[in-house]
Design a protein around this ligand. Structure first.
Ligand SMILES: NC(=O)c1ccc[n+]([C@@H]2O[C@H](COP(=O)([O-])OP(=O)(O)OC[C@H]3O[C@@H](n4cnc5c(N)ncnc54)[C@H](O)[C@@H]3O)[C@@H](O)[C@H]2O)c1
Length: 274
């Protein structure tokens, strides 16, 4: 089989949570470009979801949309059932939807703690449980791709609930890789650094933070774009990624490579920037 054929997703069906915008939309369209039909779950933005579905259909693929607040854990089995019935099968589950609040640890209310954990971790668990059960019954060697974060590895101030949820996603992914491996189902994460989307839109951070942050991103001192995440998803969803499970692909411009950034304190004599 050629390398090109290994990346071909023709005949596959993907379910992408949070597929209406940001990284989820880019992944949904990227999977469709490689041949997959795509179902998308969104919380409230109907027009955004319709536009994402239209982008998939323009590529000649089928698209479905489901409105569901993923924090409603008890409705996820029903969501999985509906999507499976409509689509006929699901080969690829992308647990992408996620949210965050920026607030100090001592200010986090039980409501905020529960909501972040419900959307970012509980929904990943319960949706994967419902979908993988059907994959096993149907003999589908499926792919589960979870959106984690660099915060699943290293914490960041003001995000205790988010950090905990993403750390949980990493270990959940390893756990499920072990238990679903015998059925030929792979489970991996994509762990982005800062990607330019709407997720931090309400953080109200000092703009100086972003310049400071960029200075510490080794790769071109730039934030990532949603397109930077698509190739990893296509790889993990396809036959090209068939022997990889329980792993993470960190897409952060190299920011996690260094413990305490030292570049700006390097002696001028040691810095050769030709
Ligand atoms: N953008 C980044 O810098 C970054 C970095 C690391 C990880 N991530 C992760 O990538 C994933 C996608 O984030 P994004 O940056 O595209 O964010 P985004 O805010 O642009 O999109 C988030 C998506 O999740 C959906 N969503 C949120 N809460 C939901 C709920 N309760 N029910 C149903 N859907 C819900 C939204 O509708 C939206 O489609 C998230 O899991 C996020 O944690 C993002």
């Amino acid at each position: 089989m050629s390398v090109k054929e290994r990346f071909d997703l023709t005949g596959k069906v993907a379910l992408v949570t949070g597929g209406s915008r940001g990284i989820g939309r880019a992944i949904a369209v990227g999977l469709a470009e490689h041949g997959a039909d795509v179902a998308m779950v969104y919380r409230s933005a109907e027009a955004e979801a319709a536009s994402a579905a239209e982008a998939v259909r323009k590529l000649g693929r089928r698209a479905w949309t489901y409105k569901q607040d993923l924090a409603e854990t008890d409705k996820l089995a029903c969501l999985a059932q509906r999507a499976w019935n409509d689509c006929g099968r699901i080969d690829i589950l992308v647990n992408n939807a996620g949210m965050a609040y920026l607030e100090r640890f001592e200010e986090i209310t039980p409501e905020h703690w529960r909501r972040v954990l419900a959307v970012n971790l509980d929904a990943v668990f319960f949706l994967t449980q419902s979908i993988s059960r059907r994959m096993v019954e149907a003999g589908i060697k499926g792919r589960i791709i979870n959106l984690s974060s660099k915060n699943g590895f290293v914490a960041e101030a003001g995000l205790a609930h988010y950090n905990a949820s993403k750390g949980g996603v990493e270990l959940l992914t390893q756990s499920l890789a072990i238990e679903l491996g015998p059925f030929g189902i792979t489970v991996n994460t994509i762990a982005p650094g800062i990607i330019e989307t709407e997720i931090g839109g309400e953080f109200d951070l000092d703009p100086a933070f972003f310049d400071y942050y960029k200075e510490h991103i080794p790769l071109e001192h730039r934030f990532g774009s949603v397109e930077d995440c698509v190739g990893a998803a296509v790889f993990l969803a396809s036959r090209a990624g068939a022997y990889m499970t329980g792993q993470h692909l960190i897409i952060d411009g190299g920011v996690l490579c260094e413990q305490v950034p030292r570049m700006q304190f390097m002696p001028a004599s040691k810095l050769r920037r030709e």
